[in-house]
Design a protein around this ligand. Structure first.
Ligand SMILES: C[S@@+](CC[C@H](N)C(=O)[O-])C[C@H]1O[C@@H](n2cnc3c(N)ncnc32)[C@H](O)[C@@H]1O
Length: 465
């Protein structure tokens, strides 16, 4: 069966709009096959009807994930692009590690955006295992996301065929992998535990957000993904990824995707055979270090609001549950400004300062659930899991019907290998989110909508069943 020209044009528009992907004419035969496979998987025989049905579904519907998995290219392997991994090993990671040691904040946050079947994030984990001999002392986050649920499922299992090792030195295989049956090679459990897989559509605007742990990244790898995007989706996605970088953070694409123009104001930094882009922007949100939080002039807080990476272009996501119920007085306005600034600092990677502000805000206002929620996200990013859990329990106590803390609690517990409790918290989040309109922005969610979080929660359960 072939697609009519009219159906092909409809598919092109729909895919560009929802997944940000371009369907080039020269790949039409291949993409049509994928399209028809997705169509059959949903037991639909007429492509036009399938398209109309898809168009009527919200982005969060599982059929979209299934569709994406039939269209996207998942080609990847361990240590792909040796020059990039050499630069990470000899320049990027050592410079980050040295500055963190000097600051005494032993924390690193890495994100493989468009991770496919997981070879890229596991390569990062192996690299970190090598360059950080005292890793046990560090809070290391390696987030790995993709729009394709099947790819994430394979990634989560961590078992690969020989072909994934086509550019992996033998000694790495011997040290970090072992055979699993005659045909599969399994990543060492210690390395698997370092990586957190989660669904995320890069064409969606629900990130960066503390709720999905997509802020304050020291390194973002988004390689061989953006080349499939339409011009518009590319521009918007790059802007969001840039906002997800901490100050001093590094961004890497594949050599074919390199562009100084597109990634500006990130600064290109050349290493042998590769180029990284660094976020050299200066924190305008930090108060002078000796000024106590309570005495920060409003003008500075206002400035923070106007430059906030998360505020002006999004619909009022920061409206707190409490502030919906009552007009804040002057003290309330101070707390709200502090909370906003804490969020901005957290986005920029200044977690210590952000945490201090949050803790001060918590002392001033013990009833607003958004404060412990942000505090929990910050503690999680700092790797302080017991404090994060305490803050989440407090947020849940204050607002048991708010889905976000249940989601955070679920994802945190699942990552801590407490699957049963994690699943319970995630199920609570799902039942609360199901009762909220899909396009409603979540309090404290940086623009994340209920529908998107619902999709993430469902995928978490699927992945960690
Ligand atoms: C060629 S693989 C790249 C894998 C890895 N980054 C590498 O360079 O080896 C491209 C991946 O991008 C994912 N992808 C495509 N569109 C996406 C989107 N809108 N959001 C998130 N991931 C997407 C695909 O599912 C696929 O797994």
């Amino acid at each position: 069966m072939r697609l009519s020209d009219e159906a092909w044009r409809q598919a092109e528009a729909l895919v560009a709009n929802r997944l940000g992907l371009e369907l080039p004419e020269h790949r039409r035969a291949d993409l049509e096959r994928g399209f028809l496979r997705a169509c059959r998987a949903c037991s639909m025989s007429a492509p036009e009807r399938y398209l109309a049905w898809l168009a009527s579904l919200s982005d969060e519907h599982p059929a979209w994930g299934q569709f994406a998995s039939c269209l996207t290219v998942g080609e990847t392997y361990f240590f792909r692009d040796r020059a990039a991994f050499d630069a990470l090993e000899h320049h990027v990671l050592p410079s980050l590690i040295a500055s963190r040691r000097a600051e005494r904040t032993l924390r690193l946050r890495l994100w493989s955006a468009g991770c496919a079947t997981g070879e890229e994030p596991y390569s990062l984990a192996i690299l970190l295992d090598r360059v950080l001999p005292d890793r046990a002392e560090w809070a290391v986050t390696i987030l790995a996301t993709d729009v394709n649920p099947r790819a994430l499922d394979i990634a989560q299992r961590g078992r690969y065929r020989e072909w994934s090792f086509r550019d992996t030195p033998r000694w790495i295989r011997d040290r970090w992998f072992h055979h699993h049956g005659p045909e599969r090679i399994e990543v060492d459990a210690r390395i698997r535990q370092m990586v957190t897989f989660a669904p995320l559509n890069l064409a969606d605007d629900g990130y960066p957000s503390v709720v999905t742990n997509t802020t304050a990244m020291d390194v973002i790898l988004c390689r061989n993904v953006l080349m499939y995007f339409t011009g518009e989706a590319l521009r918007r996605t790059v802007a969001r990824l840039r906002r997800a970088l901490a100050i001093g953070g590094w961004f890497l694409v594949s050599p074919a995707e390199a562009s100084v123009e597109l990634f500006r104001p990130l600064a290109p930094v050349n290493f042998p055979g590769t180029v990284f882009y660094r976020n050299d922007s200066v924190s305008v949100a930090s108060p002078p270090p000796h000024v106590p939080a309570e005495t920060i002039p409003h003008a500075l807080a206002d400035l923070a609001l106007t430059v906030s990476t998360t505020s002006s272009d999004r619909a009022s996501p920061h409206t707190s549950v409490k502030s919906l119920q009552e007009e804040p007085g002057e003290a309330g306005a101070h707390v709200a400004a502090d909370l906003q600034r804490a969020r901005l600092l957290a986005d920029q990677g200044d977690l210590d300062e952000a945490r201090k502000l949050c803790e001060a805000a918590l002392l001033a206002d013990r009833l607003d659930p958004e404060i412990p929620l942000l505090l929990a996200a910050i503690c999680q990013e700092q790797g302080e899991i017991p404090s994060a859990l305490d803050a989440l329990r407090r947020a849940i106590y204050l607002a048991p019907d708010l889905a976000t803390p249940h989601f955070l609690l679920g994802s945190l517990l699942i990552r801590q290998r407490e699957r049963k409790r994690g699943r319970r918290a995630m199920e609570t989040a799902i039942s609360l989110l199901s009762a909220v309109p899909a396009d409603e922005p979540l309090p404290g969610g940086d623009g994340l909508t209920a529908g998107r979080l619902l999709e993430s929660a469902r995928m978490y359960l699927e992945l960690h069943g």
